[in-house]
Design a protein around this ligand. Structure first.
Ligand code: ADP
Ligand code: MG
Length: 387
């Protein structure tokens, strides 16, 4: 049996990557012209895939630009961050381990790192520091790419995924100021900083009293339009000798709110069920599987909410607009207007709800369907939509 042409669960590239032409051009131009760029969007809309696509283009077309990619998701302290930063910059500065060692000796003035080489030293190359030393000389590490770039007549483009994670470190406020003051003076190093926790990211980059305010361009990545999804879905079916009508492809995209991950996941489930031509029955059964496959995550999500917050979600899921009206407040038992405002803020900050065209909505389209089933016993498989 052929495997599904729809991919989800990791970043996508090549033929699995669709659209985003304007975003790719803008990001590429920014990074090549030295404009630091921040990208914010909810998780699974496609940030990492977009950045990966642009970085891979830069690697092909701009040999003088050395790229460094750091995922801060698993980094949990300032020391660890600085160590990884140094290691990745040194690695990107040269491809041979002998040159990297030379660079390490030449470019560190105060810090003395220990270098570990594995059996395949070009790939197994790691740097360790004494942690007391590392925080004493953090500027030296933060400025390392710039010093190397100037000396070797190269440029660095450094991208960092889940950047907001830095804000959870113990001494973050001090680190944030240091980072900003060192990085803003750099002329040969450009940063692409992106993350999924929208509230935290906005707090770092859009708060006028914070050091990273005006650090560079801030892009709020949007979803891919359904027109593009429909083309993509039809094409993938065709390439694998199956068929789907434009109407049914539209249902897949729209029912999943054009959410990148879910459009790919639902398309994949429909594709698996389709012998030759996909139809409504396949879509309904696929939606069912998708919602149930994700339900453990949704359960976890509501486990931590208070009953008032869940009631507020019920009102929002039920398309109530005037949340602080007397009728809505008493119908759903969502407390006083102050409670409501506070809970809206909490749910928004946790990316559970979002304001769209003046109306609060549940952000995750599959979570919304699951929620409607749980709390209103709605048969979501009948909620297929083309608008
Ligand atoms: N440009 C794209 N074309 C097709 N699918 C995409 C695209 N971007 C993202 N996706 C889908 O969304 C999923 C999540 O993408 P990812 O880049 O990891 O998002 P994020 O970094 O915003 O969490 C991918 O696994 C893929 O299924
Ligand atoms: Mg990501």
């Amino acid at each position: 049996m052929k495997s599904s042409p729809f991919k989800y669960g990791f970043t996508v590239s090549g033929k699995s990557f669709t659209n985003r032409e304007a975003e790719k051009n803008k990001l590429l131009n920014n990074l090549i012209s030295g404009i630091n760029t921040t990208i914010i969007s909810p998780r699974r809309w496609g940030k990492s895939s977009l950045v990966e696509a642009v970085i891979s283009d830069i690697k092909k077309k701009y040999p003088k630009h050395k790229t460094v990619e750091i995922d801060l998701f698993y980094v949990s302290s300032e020391e660890e961050f600085l160590e990884i930063f140094a290691e990745k910059v040194i690695k990107a500065s040269a491809s041979k381990w002998e040159d990297r060692i030379k660079n390490t000796k030449e470019f560190f003035k105060h810090l003395i790192p220990t270098i570990n080489l594995g059996i395949d030293p070009n790939n197994d190359f790691s740097i360790k520091f004494k942690w007391e030393e590392i925080t004493k000389h953090k500027d030296e590490i933060l400025n390392l790419p710039e010093v190397i770039a100037q000396k070797k007549d190269i440029k660095f483009i450094i991208s960092m995924d889940e950047f907001q994670n830095l804000a959870t470190f113990k001494e973050y406020a001090i680190l944030e100021k240091r980072i900003r003051s060192v990085w803003q003076r750099q002329k040969h190093t450009t940063y692409c900083l992106f993350g999924s926790k929208r509230h935290m990211m906005s707090e770092i980059f859009n708060n006028t009293s914070k050091p990273f305010y005006r650090f560079g361009d801030v892009i709020f990545l949007q979803k891919i339009d359904s027109i593009h999804w429909v083309k993509f879905i039809i094409k993938k079916f065709k390439e694998t000798k199956k068929e789907i009508t434009p109407e049914d492809a539209t249902i897949i995209a729209k029912t999943m709110g054009n959410h990148s991950w879910y459009v790919q996941q639902l398309s994949s489930y429909v594709w698996e069920r389709t012998e030759t031509v996909a139809g409504k029955a396949e879509i309904q059964s696929a939606i069912n599987e998708l919602v149930y496959a994700n339900s453990p995550f949704f359960l976890k999500e509501i486990e931590v909410l208070s009953s008032t917050q869940i009631n507020l979600l019920r009102a929002i899921a039920n398309n109530e607009i005037q949340l602080t009206s007397i009728a809505v407040m008493s119908k759903y038992r969502i407390g006083t207007p102050q409670n409501i405002i506070k809970n809206i803020r909490i749910l928004s900050n946790n990316d559970i709800i979002d304001k769209y065209n003046g109306k609060h909505e549940i952000l995750d389209p599959a979570f919304r369907l699951w929620f409607l089933k749980q709390f209103y016993n709605v048969d979501f498989t009948k909620m297929l939509t083309t608008d």
